[in-house]
Design a protein around this ligand. Structure first.
Ligand code: FES
Ligand code: FES
Length: 149
């Protein structure tokens, strides 16, 4: 058993230590907002926060996340109050199909925590998540709006 702290709750998961964290989150804990895209740390669909930092959970063994504070998209809002990135996403109609968006939002929330007023260059170098629907311009606009909120 591996003990995980996800969104402030403790979960015991019965998986091999080298199981990707993504699968423990989705299949053991049942939080399916975090998505599987590539499985090789390239697309960012599986992004969660580990102790506040954005991590691609498909490429992290579950054992490495034990004892750390894991936040998924389901835990980003504070109760009924959406995170400012979620609000900006709604205001800018960012999602198309939505598949990449949980990971995108988690990556952006971590960026704004480290850099409250990111430049376009900061966004280009940090938000490397892939969106097959091509929402990149709306993502950029929403990041700048969230930075001003
Ligand atoms: S599924 Fe993890 S980066 Fe693509
Ligand atoms: S909104 Fe469809 S993949 Fe990004």
């Amino acid at each position: 058993m591996i003990k995980l702290n996800i969104n402030g709750k403790s979960h015991n998961v019965d998986v091999e230590p080298d199981t990707p964290l993504l699968w423990a989150i989705r299949e053991q804990v049942g939080l399916t907002g975090t998505k599987y895209g590539c499985g090789i740390a390239q697309c960012g669909a599986c992004t969660v926060h580990i102790d506040g930092a954005a991590v691609r959970s498909c490429a992290m063994p579950v054992s490495a996340a034990a004892g750390k504070r894991i936040t998924t998209i389901e835990g980003l809002a504070s109760g009924k109050t959406l995170h400012k990135v979620q609000k900006a996403w709604i205001d800018h109609d960012v999602p198309q199909c939505g598949y990449c968006q949980a990971g995108m939002i988690m990556a952006v929330a971590a960026l704004l925590k480290n850099k409250p007023k990111p430049t376009d260059a900061d966004i280009n170098s940090t938000i490397t998540n892939i969106c097959r629907c091509g929402t990149f311009q709306q993502v950029r606009a929403a990041i700048h709006a969230a930075a001003k909120a």
